[in-house]
Structures are given as structure tokens and as C-alpha cells.
Design a protein around this ligand. Structure first.
Ligand SMILES: C[S@@+](CC[C@H](N)C(=O)[O-])C[C@H]1O[C@@H](n2cnc3c(N)ncnc32)[C@H](O)[C@@H]1O
Length: 338
């Protein structure tokens, strides 16, 4: 199936009502205006305004709360059950966004801190160099979370730490893109940040929506990753620039740039154990352990064979003790080894 995009030059609240059915979008990734009064955004984003595209529409501070409730209600309506929403927010009006989320049936998954480079330089206080990313889901169906899409379960760094664990921690250090001399939107999200969100929380051919398109980065990365894109930008000038960029976007063009996870994926993860499987894994544990001679190696083999993670296997064999496996030697209980 060829992926498509539908991007409108409209207000997102009215646009959602007009064009997007209930329960139809798999993922929303969006970055609303921050509601900072006056033209101080360039200070906040710490950038040279000369190359910034004109026409950015801000939300007046006093309207921010009501506005946030309205668009987040639309987001709740259009998301499929099991769909995810990620909202990037500064700290000034974060409380309004959180308040609006809490007024929905959506469920909080993570409050991610995105640490970026080129923070707002200050001498008499700490340098501000993070944004908040609120990750919520629409309940009632299993949500998409591709746990091993970027790092395999047994991939390690040079110190033996799990890369998968590190990649899924809720503090992300991702640099902004520095594009000297190029026109851009006021706050373009980096491609690497979007790739990460889109990979964990959607699959190819899914529908990804951005209610505040700005530099169209969500739409560009979505199409590049073979997802369908839908979204809104209220400013005519910014919209025109974005639509020009879309002409050069190749569907699936970013897929070859994605890191491939190493090793096999636990295909049974999340499924409960049947009585039969529990008996079988315990029998296999004894057989394999007698052959390979170490618990660690035996568990590694069982992970592959039963398609489960290490902790799940350890739990399943937790009552096996060493005397049962090697009756002629004296060992302590298996739990002592972990
Ligand atoms: C923070 S920027 C989005 C940046 C974007 N994520 C990117 O990576 O380039 C917010 C955008 O929302 C637009 N906007 C403001 N109010 C809007 C509304 N009611 N509906 C749609 N877009 C709106 C602004 O003009 C601005 O371009």
C-alpha cells in the first residue's frame, strides 16, 4: 500500500471536526505553540531570527488553558483505542496541558524529559535545556509499543549495560538540528526524536497526526518511515513552505537509515505461561543445564527457545534447585545466583 498525506491549512480544532473520524488515528505527535506572550520565542529557542519563516501563530497566554482543553479533547476523540499521543511542551504552560489531559479518558504512560543542546544561556540561574514530552495512550485496547524495534533484548554497551534499557529510559538526550543559513520554523523537532517516537509507537501504514505542523517535521518523518500523515497548520505562509518541502519527501526513504536491532526478539513476551509450558521449561532447564554446565548459559538458551525475556524464564524455573539437576554435587538454591 502506498502511503498518503492529508495536510490542511486550517485551525486544528475545526479541522479535526471536519476531516477526522472518531477512533481513526494510530499516533499523534505534536508540539503546540507555547503560549509565551510577546515576541520572546527566539530567546526561548535561542536562535537567530533572520532565517525563521514568518507567520507563526501564538496562543495568547490567557486563552491557553481553554485552547489546550479543546484540542486535547479532539485528540482524544480521533485516537484509536490503543493509539498513543506525544505532546512536546515547555514548562511555562505545562500545567494547562496536564490539566487538559486529566480531563480526558486518556491514560498517562510516561513524562519524558528531552534534554537538548544550545540551551537558553543565563548567568544568574541554571541554563534551561530541556522540554517535557507527555506520552499518553487511549485505553480499551492493547497499545502499540515496539519494545525491541531499536535495540535487541541482549544488546550491550561497552560496560555490559543493556542498550535496550538505556534507550527506553525516560530522559532523552537528543540534539536539535543546526541548519545555518537555511529557512526553518521557529521550533523544528529533530528527525532523530521523531524517528524514535514513531518507531516505538506505530507500524508501517499506520496514520500519524500532527495538529500543529510548523516545519512539517512530523509529516516528513512519518512519510519517510512509510506511515500515512495527517495534520494542520493555521498560518498560510508556514503552510506554503511546508507543502513545498513535502514534494521532495520519498515514501519509506528513511527506512534504510534506521538502526536494526540485533539478536532475536522474545516472541512470547506478554503472554502468560500455560501449565504445560511451565512443566516443559522446567524439564528443558534440567536437560540444558546438565549439558552446558552453567545456569546463565542455560537461561540464555531457554530465552531463545521459549521466546521470553530473562526475568520471565527465571521466574518460571524459580523452584528448581541444584540438587535436582546435579544430584551428586552440593549446590545452593538457584535463586542465590541472581
Ligand atoms: C511549535 S510550532 C510546531 C513545530 C513543529 N513541530 C516542527 O517540528 O516544525 C507550532 C505551530 O502551530 C501553529 N498553530 C498555532 N495555532 C494553531 C492552530 N489553532 N491550528 C493549527 N496550527 C496552529 C503555529 O503557526 C506554529 O507553526
Amino acid at each position: 500500500m502506498m502511503v498518503k498525506y492529508k495536510l490542511y491549512n486550517e485551525d486544528c480544532i475545526e479541522g479535526c471536526k471536519k476531516y477526522i473520524n472518531d477512533d481513526s488515528v494510530d499516533l499523534i505527535v505534536t508540539d503546540p505553540p507555547y503560549g509565551i506572550d510577546g515576541d520572546t520565542l527566539h530567546k526561548h529557542y535561542n536562535r537567530d531570527e533572520d532565517y525563521v519563516i514568518d507567520g507563526y501563530v501564538e496562543i495568547p497566554k490567557k486563552e491557553y488553558g481553554e485552547f489546550s482543553h479543546k484540542w486535547i479533547k479532539q485528540a482524544e476523540r480521533i485516537l484509536k483505542p490503543g493509539g498513543s499521543i506525544y505532546v512536546v511542551s515547555g514548562y511555562t504552560n505545562l500545567f494547562h496541558i496536564l490539566d487538559a489531559f486529566r480531563d480526558t479518558s486518556l491514560k498517562e504512560m510516561n513524562h519524558i524529559i528531552w534534554k537538548y543542546n544550545f540551551g537558553v544561556y543565563t548567568k544568574k540561574k541554571y541554563v534551561s535545556s530541556h522540554y517535557h514530552i507527555l506520552y499518553w495512550i487511549k485505553p480499551r485496547k492493547k497499545h502499540t509499543f515496539n519494545t525491541y524495534s531499536r535495540c535487541g533484548p541482549r544488546e550491550k554497551d561497552e560496560n555490559g549495560g543493556s542498550l535496550n534499557y538505556q534507550d527506553r529510559e525516560d530522559v532523552w538526550i537528543i540534539n536539535r538540528e543546526y541548519k545555518p543559513g537555511k529557512t526553518k520554523n521557529k521550533n523544528e523537532l529533530p528527525t532523530n526524536l521523531l524517528k524514535k517516537i514513531i518507531r516505538y509507537s506505530s507500524n508501517e501504514n499506520d496514520f500519524v497526526c500532527d495538529l500543529f505542523l510548523g516545519g512539517f517535521s512530523t509529516a516528513i518523518v512519518s512519510i519517510g518511515m512509510n506511515r500515512n500523515a495527517i495534520g494542520f497548520e493555521i498560518s498560510e505562509n508556514i503552510y506554503e513552505h511546508g507543502m513545498k518541502k513535502m514534494k521532495d519527501v520519498k515514501p519509506g526513504g528513511l527506512l534504510s537509515t534506521l538502526k536494526k536491532p540485533k539478536g532475536s526478539i522474545p516472541f512470547n513476551q506478554g503472554n502468560s505461561w500455560s501449565e504445560g509450558e511451565l512443566m516443559h521449561v522446567n524439564e528443558r532447564y534440567v536437560e540444558i543445564y546438565r549439558k552446558v554446565g552453567t545456569k546463565g548459559k542455560a537461561i540464555e538458551i531457554l530465552c531463545e527457545e521459549f521466546g521470553r525475556g530473562r526475568f520471565s524464564i527465571m521466574k518460571a524455573i524459580k523452584n528448581k534447585n541444584e540438587e535436582e539437576i546435579n544430584p551428586n554435587q552440593s549446590y545452593s538454591k538457584i535463586e542465590d545466583y541472581f
